[in-house]
Design a binder for this molecule. Structure first.
Ligand code: SF4
Length: 366
């Protein structure tokens, strides 16, 4: 990472292990302490150390302890089908909702227009499909437990954008995001409204926003503007997960590169092919693998299972040890991974099919 490096929420910049350390230090992200990890151990992403850092997660803990309201906020940009990369934040919001937070889920269609040139009308069908996916992943949409909105239809977020904009200069946005179109700057300010919506709508309360570290610029901007404009609100908190690199060895799973991920709507044969072709942490041949052991920490197969498709922590630990001791070979492990993923996708599609109408109703798209 060079001195000029900026984390860019709209690009596929790779972030290396040493960059994470530097970003944590430079931007004041708190590392996940053992005590917080223990408190939130029901959350698989925290327990499995996929979430490595946070801001103000302790405010959520205190709210839980005192039986007070708290919120978890996230969203999706409707620019294509749900994929392996978007699944992480989707499951994180579900995990926090299960712990008692009210889930606020945003369909970022303004951002989809500004970033990808997708008109609102075109984004509607994608939004229905995306929402049905997260419902199938377990999001409870009942009004007491969730609030779901489209940016283009939600006056609260547009209003917040105008209000905070009075405090924002071009220099500020340039310093945070680098040179971008005015539309992307506006989308960032709309996101400030998204992140603050739980408190604007339902009163001051701790809010947690699970993100990949590439989204931290939005969190920093929102916290700064909350301090200066919404002074009675809690500073929105966040958790940060490690980003998955692409299946094809590219820097990041990105909708801009279809070989770097698979979608939930993709042909099963194509999913299988992508998984079988992915980079592992294995050695050059079987003999070396037996002698030296593999490197599961650098293996996409291991990571896919750890993030999404292996329910059992024990099994993950066993596989990790078997791999580093040269007792597990990549071929059979890849096939096992394919079977788990395909089984998951088949069940997911069955659930999702029954939830399309519900998604339409929730988004008021007939
Ligand atoms: S044995 Fe499994 S975990 Fe180990 S490097 Fe090969 S695919 Fe990865």
């Amino acid at each position: 990472m060079t001195d000029e490096f900026k984390i860019d929420p709209w690009s596929s910049t790779n972030i290396m292990e040493e960059d994470y350390k530097r970003l944590i230090k430079e931007f004041g992200i708190e590392e996940m302490s053992d005590s917080l990890r223990e408190i939130f151990k029901k959350n698989r992403f925290i327990r499995r150390k996929i979430i490595f850092g946070h801001r103000s997660l302790d405010t959520i803990y205190r709210a839980i302890e005192k039986g007070k309201n708290w919120a978890v906020m996230s969203g999706i940009k409707p620019s294509g089908p749900f994929h392996l990369g978007t699944m992480t934040t989707a499951l994180e919001i579900v995990e926090f909702q299960k712990m008692g937070g009210k889930a606020y889920y945003c369909i970022a269609d303004i951002e989809s227009w500004e970033d990808n040139g997708i008109p609102y009308e075109e984004a509607e069908e994608i939004a229905v499909d995306n929402l049905a996916d997260i419902l199938a992943l377990g999001l409870d949409p009942s009004p007491k437990k969730a609030y779901i909105w489209r940016q283009s239809q939600e006056p609260i977020v547009k209003d917040a954008c105008f209000k905070v904009s009075r405090l924002v200069t071009n220099n500020m946005l340039h310093a945070i995001y680098g040179e971008k179109t005015f539309g992307l700057y506006l989308a960032a300010l709309i996101q400030v409204g998204d992140i603050l919506l739980p408190q604007i709508l339902d009163g001051a309360q701790p809010t947690i926003v699970p993100v990949g570290i590439d989204q931290d610029p939005h969190i920093r901007l929102t916290r700064d503007l909350t301090r200066r404009y919404y002074k009675k609100f809690f500073l929105p908190g966040s958790t940060y997960h490690y980003l998955l690199t692409g299946l094809d060895g590219s820097e990041k799973m990105s909708k801009r590169n279809p070989n770097s991920y698979f979608t939930f709507n993709e042909d099963l044969k194509s999913i299988e092919k992508k998984i079988m072709g992915t980079l592992t942490g294995g050695r050059r041949n079987k003999k070396e693998q037996k002698e030296l052991g593999g490197e599961p920490q650098n293996c996409m197969i291991y990571k896919i299972l750890m993030y999404h498709f292996e329910e059992s922590d024990e099994k993950l630990n066993e596989d990790f040890l078997a791999c580093i001791h040269g007792e597990l070979m990549c071929g059979p492990h890849k096939r096992e991974c394919v079977e788990k993923v395909i089984e998951f996708i088949k069940k997911h599609r069955e659930k999702k099919e029954k939830l399309i109408d519900k998604a339409r109703e929730l988004l008021n798209i007939i």
